[in-house]
Design a protein around this ligand. Structure first.
Ligand SMILES: *Cc1c(COP(=O)(O)O)cnc(C)c1O
Length: 382
């Protein structure tokens, strides 16, 4: 089905931060399959883990204990500070689990029509519940009737959340940094003030870290930059380096809502995808790649600011770790195919924003190529 407006290129091989097309042309990958391949392409640790696991056992079922799943859950719990995990196959499904948790949490408290506060410009996925939670009207358009139980407010506006006095509210679902919405970074105290508000009102703070999680922003989870812990946290993109795995982590009362028979997934957390995620987490740690994302992000931001400071069409340059945005004063969607001609893969989101999500294994030399190519595109391609 024609659900994607695809670019006229097909890749046959990947090597680290590079993709190679069917004509043997090499492209620097500054988008990593939309924030998925944190370790780049064909990383030996992931390759070895999944080939070993595939030779042993790919799938059993959640009817049985799955050793890799238990190991991965233990690792995620230790890294996140949350209590338990449900494994899904995608980000949207991880958010579905979060929304089901919120509803059960509400019903346990005698709230018949639990509502979740969500944000303008948010993106939470394409299933019916997650598109209903999503801020972008284009994502919802045509799919009415939407799932009910959402109250929408502007992002990064604590007053508008605190003004809500609806007794049906059970939680807030928010991206720590909005990804699809344009790499929107909230005020430095926004998440901690949301945490306080949720504590006062008995609401669940549910963070969609599908894009920001797994080292992307220079900490394992973006909330760790501000020293808070959410009640629910969802992950997917970077977790499996390309194998389809999502996770919904929960803590405290939220962690006790989903019990046997209330939720499930045939494939979720199978031995193969968990072996990939375990390899990802081990490699991030062994190669200090989360610290690398933080340091390299600062270098990239500085370089872009320096090189583009005299360019009048650049209105803002911002980022956290390796989640970087360059805002232009006009729609710039056509830069994506111009970038392809220059052998670099970038993305444009929210009409005017160049979004860069390079792999965490990017070398200093590759970072320099990235800055040179993107700068030249902005200077000559607009
Ligand atoms: C990509 C994304 C999703 C959806 O993930 P899928 O795996 O495509 O279902 C949800 N939330 C955020 C913040 C995302 O960036």
């Amino acid at each position: 089905m024609p659900t994607y407006a695809r670019l006229p290129v097909s890749f046959t091989k990947g090597e680290g931060a590079w993709l190679i097309d069917s004509n043997d042309e090499r492209y620097l990958d500054a988008i990593s399959g939309i924030g998925v391949c944190q370790l780049g392409h064909a990383h030996p640790a992931v390759r070895d883990a999944i080939s070993r696991q595939a030779g042993n056992l790919i799938h059993t079922s959640n009817l049985y204990t799955i050793e890799n799943q238990e190991k991965l859950a233990a690792k995620l719990i230790a890294l996140s500070g949350l209590d338990n995990v449900f494994f899904s196959n995608s980000g949207a499904e991880a958010n579905e689990a979060a929304l089901k948790i919120a509803r059960l949490y509400g019903h346990h408290r005698g709230i018949e029509k639990p509502a979740v506060i969500v944000m303008e410009n948010s993106f939470h996925g394409r299933t019916l519940a997650t598109l209903s939670a999503t801020g972008n009207p284009k994502v919802r358009q045509g799919f009415e009737p939407l799932v009910e139980g959402f109250i929408r407010v502007p992002f990064d506006n604590i007053e508008r959340v605190s003004d809500i006095r609806d007794s049906n509210v059970v939680g807030v679902l928010v991206e720590p940094i909005q990804g699809e919405g344009g790499v929107n970074i909230p005020a430095s105290d926004y998440l901690s003030r949301l945490r306080e508000l949720c504590d006062q009102r008995g609401w669940l703070l549910m963070l969609d870290e599908v894009q920001t999680g797994i080292g992307r922003t220079g900490s394992y989870f973006a909330y760790q930059h501000v020293g808070i812990t959410p009640d629910v946290c969802t992950l997917a993109k970077g977790l499996g380096n390309g194998l389809p795995i999502g996770a919904c982590l929960a803590r405290g009362e939220a962690a006790a809502t989903l019990i046997a028979g209330t939720h499930g997934s045939t494939f979720g957390g199978n031995p193969l995808v968990c072996s990939a995620a375990l390899a990802v987490l081990e490699t991030l740690e062994k190669e200090s790649l989360v610290q690398r994302a933080e340091a390299l992000g600062k270098i990239l931001l500085e370089s872009f600011r320096d090189k583009l400071k005299d360019n009048p069409s650049v209105t803002d340059i911002r980022g956290r770790g390796l989640m970087i945005a360059i805002d232009l004063d006009r729609p710039c969607g056509e830069l994506v195919s111009k970038a392809l001609d220059q052998r670099i893969l970038i993305n444009v989101t929210a009409t005017n924003t160049i979004r860069l999500l390079p792999p965490l294994i990017l070398s200093d030399e590759e970072a320099q190529i990235l800055v040179d190519k993107v700068t030249s595109l902005i200077q000559h391609g607009l």
